[in-house]
Design a protein around this ligand. Structure first.
Ligand code: NDP
Ligand code: 2IT
Length: 446
């Protein structure tokens, strides 16, 4: 619940950002945790740190004109919200999806501030993207769109200013086109301006796998606290994109069994355990739909438009998009004996679902903690670029594992310290917030 001071702050967020429901939701979740912080640190209230953090440092909105394969002119809208640079250059992905508008980018950028702080690495928070729909577009269309997008974005970013990466609809192919255009316009080979690059031109090993692997490492830490592990557990992972694929791969490596995954049209259920190599082939190579899986694996079922959370599992890892688990879904998961939820996606659980999870014994790892491995490995890519070096897979993975262990520990300990033992929402929000707040206090009114 919000105290009087925090209610004023939150009402101001609503009034200043009308119609941006996802941003309101993300801000409310953080602000709700900060009551005990203001009591212990009245200087944070005096210096209006929360009010300042809720107002992005800079918001850029621009036109992206491009020509499609039929020679038709298309116009999309581009965004970059540079939210907070107290800890380092703005850092966060680009999302290409038709649902993108300012409220989505602000929610993602806001989450990114605290997530990035949790990694312990020197990165601020930002996010960008476009309402462009990559589905069904040719490589040529994707390239022309990316080039037009970068033709405006380039003047706002840089290795010491703002470093974008991928998110929904933006993977290695798009980062390649974006980097090529940046290099051409600026006449600079500035590797550190984007992360998620190809391995031949400045990318880091493990970045592709990092978000999924990291989320599983985080859940593994939560399970360890309870004397448990992935061994022999049944898991459901929503989505079938970058995060879902490498989440599933790591769960299998740790002895668990993923029995279902999805895309926006439906889900597949394979009691024998999802064949990850087949999913990779369909999604990464053919850029196809998850329904194609059942043509190769006759034992599996495809359920068009179904609800993946109805499949019984012990571990649920939502890895598709925001608000994909409703309060009702959360109750179904609890009723089916789920013991852990690790969010690979950003804000996949509705506030009602979060309430259900926190009211049970379930180990609930919120996205800004659980999925921080992606951006953390992006920061490791920046580190390699800055030293013109590249590390081995094993070394980078070890670093990632250690970072996720640290994030878990700081969330766990902060939750205890602030009187909410076992509550990783409180732990993540307070721990991330304090780091940013203390840095802002040191830097004066900026
Ligand atoms: P991808 O584009 O690779 O995959 C997204 C997957 O989610 C696809 O299967 C897609 O299905 C599904 N999906 C997307 N939007 C919707 C929707 N509105 N309804 C239902 N399904 C949907 O993206 P990522 O795997 O990179 O991202 C997944 C989540 O993880 C996002 O929340 C992202 O913000 C978060 N994340 C990503 C990180 C990264 O490093 N990539 C880091 C941290 C978090 P379809 O193909 O049908 O659209
Ligand atoms: O939500 C996220 O953390 C990402 N999409 C990754 C951001 C990054 O800069 O690697």
């Amino acid at each position: 619940m919000l105290n009087e001071k925090l209610t004023v702050v939150f009402n101001e967020v609503i009034a200043r950002n009308p119609g941006e429901a996802e941003f309101h939701q993300a801000a409310q979740e953080v602000i709700e945790c900060l009551g005990p912080v203001l009591t212990r640190h009245p200087e944070i209230g005096r210096h209006k740190i929360i009010n300042r953090i809720c107002e992005p440092e800079r918001q850029i909105i621009f036109r992206i004109p491009w020509v499609d394969d039929n020679n038709e002119v298309q116009i999309n809208r581009g965004f970059r919200v540079e939210f907070n640079s107290a800890l380092g250059p703005y850092k966060g992905g680009l999302r290409f999806h038709p649902s993108v508008y300012l409220g989505i980018i602000k929610f993602l950028g806001f989450e990114q501030i605290f997530k990035n702080a949790l990694t312990g690495l020197p990165i601020g928070g930002g996010k960008g993207g476009s309402d462009f729909n990559p589905k069904g577009k040719s490589d040529g269309e994707i390239m022309r769109f990316c080039q037009s997008f970068m033709t405006e974005l380039y003047r706002h970013i840089g290795e010491h200013t703002d470093v974008p990466a991928g998110d929904i609809g933006v993977g290695g192919r798009e980062i390649g086109f974006l980097f090529g255009q940046y290099k051409r316009i600026t006449n600079r080979y500035e590797s550190g301006v984007l992360t998620g690059k190809g391995l031949d031109w400045g990318g880091s090993l493990v970045r592709t796998e990092a978000t999924g692997y990291g989320s599983v490492y985080f859940v593994d830490e939560m399970l360890k606290v309870r004397g448990s592990s992935f061994e022999g557990k049944t898991a459901v992972v929503s989505g079938s994109g970058n995060v879902a694929i490498y989440t599933s791969e790591k769960i299998h490596e740790l002895g668990g069994k993923v029995v279902a995954c999805s895309d926006s049209n439906g889900y597949i259920h394979d009691r024998d355990g999802i064949d990850i190599e087949l999913v990779k082939q369909i999604k990464e190579v053919q850029r196809g739909r998850i329904s194609e899986y059942v043509q190769e694996r006759k034992s599996a079922k495809y359920i068009e438009g179904g609800n993946i959370w109805e499949i019984p599992c012990e571990i649920a890892m939502p890895s598709a998009t925001e608000n994909e688990i409703s309060g009702k879904d959360a109750k179904t998961l609890v009723g089916n004996g789920c013991i852990a939820v690790g969010e690979g996606a950003n804000m996949p659980s509705t506030p009602e679902a979060v309430k259900v999870f926190l009211g049970t014994e379930i180990a609930y790892g919120p996205g800004k903690a659980a999925n921080a491995g992606g951006v953390a490995t992006s920061a490791l890519e920046m580190q390699q670029n800055a030293s013109r070096d590249s590390w081995t897979f094993e070394y980078t993975d070890r670093r990632l594992r250690a970072i996720m262990k640290n994030i878990h520990e700081s969330c766990y300990e902060t939750a205890e310290e602030y009187g909410s033992p076992g509550n990783y929402v409180v732990g993540a929000n307070i721990s991330g917030f304090l780091k940013v707040a203390n840095s802002m206090l040191s830097m004066g009114v900026i």
